[in-house]
Design a protein. Structure first.
Length: 237
């Protein structure tokens, strides 16, 4: 594992964008798994500025609330397009998101995994980390699921993500997420964390223990993880 502690969010975003850009330049048909949420927005902004060629890149968004309307500005799909895809030259047919309106979320998840397998798996996945150590929407649990699946969000995540929704809106209580198996099969994993509120989750990641009750700890078993944090997130390591 390679660990970087940056001075602040901007430095973290800039470094992460360099690492992702290196991957894209080195393999112009990279298959990328991308998180949404607040953490990677600066990274995506930096990547946009680089004016790289994304025309051969395939992108898989790693999660989606369920149910949620595709036009809801808080859906992961909307967020990914708004913060990144609409500003790069990726081909729309190469961008894959989970449909929060799917009538059958289980087959939506199954198809998502099939598409990833068809591409030969992910070359790189870019993750954030939840306050409770979730990655994607793989929430702390006794058992974690390898494949893409519909699952319940924990009360803590619902509360954490309420910041994205209007006060009168209900935060969805379920999500579809790329599973731990797919994330772990990625050749490279980049984990981003910023802010003092992530310090506890990050310190668990570095505690030398692995546990499904903090899914991020399992990243210690992957052969190629780069974790990029700001000082605040790294303050309890
Ligand atoms: C969302 C996702 C989540 C977030 C995590 C942190 O696609 O994968 O795991 O990365 O909830 O969210 P932020 O970045 O908003 O703190």
């Amino acid at each position: 594992m390679i660990k970087f502690v940056c001075n602040d969010y901007n430095e973290m975003s800039s470094l992460a964008s360099e690492i992702i850009a290196g991957q894209i330049v080195g393999k112009p048909d990279t298959v990328l798994g991308l998180a949404t949420g607040g953490t990677p927005i600066g990274t995506y902004m930096e990547l946009i500025k680089k004016r790289l060629d994304f025309s051969k890149i395939a992108i898989f968004n790693i999660g989606e609330y369920y149910p949620i309307s595709n036009s809801n500005t808080q859906s992961n799909r909307f967020q990914l397009f708004d913060s990144f895809i609409n500003k790069i030259n990726a081909k729309r047919e190469n961008v894959h998101t989970l449909n929060g309106e799917a009538a059958d979320p289980n087959s939506e998840c199954e198809n998502f995994d099939k598409k990833i397998s068809h591409m030969g798996g992910l070359d790189m996945v870019v993750l954030g980390i939840g306050l409770n150590g979730h990655i994607g929407f793989n929430e702390p649990a006794e058992r974690l699921i390898l494949s893409c699946h519909l699952g319940d969000l924990t009360a803590r995540t619902i509360e954490e993500h309420a910041k994205f929704f209007d006060a009168d809106e209900t935060v969805p209580h379920k999500s579809m997420t790329m599973g731990m198996g797919t994330i772990f099969a990625a050749n490279r994993i980049v984990l981003l964390a910023n802010g003092a509120n992530k310090a506890d989750a990050v310190s668990q990641k570095f505690s030398g223990v692995i546990t499904t009750t903090c899914p991020a700890t399992l990243l210690n078993l992957h052969h190629d993880v780069t974790i990029i944090m700001d000082k605040a997130a790294a303050s309890k390591i």
